[in-house]
Design a protein around this ligand. Sequence first.
Ligand code: PEP
Ligand code: MN
Length: 338
Amino acid sequence: MIVVMKPGAAEENIRAVVTYIEQNGLTAHLSKGEEVTIIGMVGDKSRLSTENLAIYKDVDRILPVTESYKLSNKKFHPDSSVVKVGNTVIGPDNLTIMAGPCAVETREQLFAIAHAVKKAGATILRGGAYKPRTSPYSFQGLEEEGLRYMQEAKAETGLSTICEVVSMEAIEAAVKYVDMIQIGARNMQNFILLREAGRSGLPVLLKRGLSATIDEWLNAAEYIMSEGNPNVVLCERGIRTFETATRNTLDLSAVPVLREKTHLPVIVDPSHSTGAYKYVPSMAKAAVASGADGLMIEVHNDPAHALSDGPQSLTFEKFESLTKELAPFCTVVGRTFL
Ligand code: PEP
Ligand code: MN
């Protein structure tokens, strides 16, 4: 962090800033120019309030030198991370497809979908057991029973599994049954949940908040990583904009931006971002072309009767055609798939 003083700042005001910095346990480095004095701060800034410093007399600007996220920052970890999930990996050499129903509805439904997505090339089965729905009157999920079906589907098919968690209790249950936990868009800034996810020991898929900036998202990843869990994967799932033609607006530029800022794997969810099955294939292909490490796609045996997100769910046939169409895109970006 650097404090830039106003041109011709009074000596006593410069001294006041230096004293404030030193009182907070940091070291101040002074650089005096003809007109402008710059004060560099070195040390642990967790106790220092830059907002308070900004109101000191003659302070012009306070500039960060490095980003507030460190563990997820590419500057300190230039090589792309590979995250192990059950018996598969998410990383720069391959394209990982997570697919499955929005919500686990019955054992039969989940098993049928698990077999179909595996046949078409998915390696991770998704399925919501805790559903944070917009309305409290919508289907809320089977909870622990749904997690048990996920474990059984894994034993039956060999697919790795992922499930969203919405509370501490859900994390405790998920640890017993699934290979990866998901923090949903609505909980991206639930910092207590993020810390608990960090302590769970399981890899974490962190979805982007509906209105979160990329920096806020990376700071959320930092909460998980700062608990000693480096296994975080980011998922772009669309953001809120003025556009109403799609459920959200898929911010595909987040993929190359994140590539520059972080070493963490990045996947894209064309289902929740568009909200319509017919747009899923083109956005899935665009995501692979943009350099994503994987996709999360909702698939259902009977979308018209799905208990949640039927309109954006692909049928088995549509999912299988899509995975076939993705193969040449993987070749172009140098990733293996299938
Ligand atoms: C989901 O993946 O089931 C989900 C609810 O997605 P999001 O958190 O992105 O809305
Ligand atoms: Mn859904």
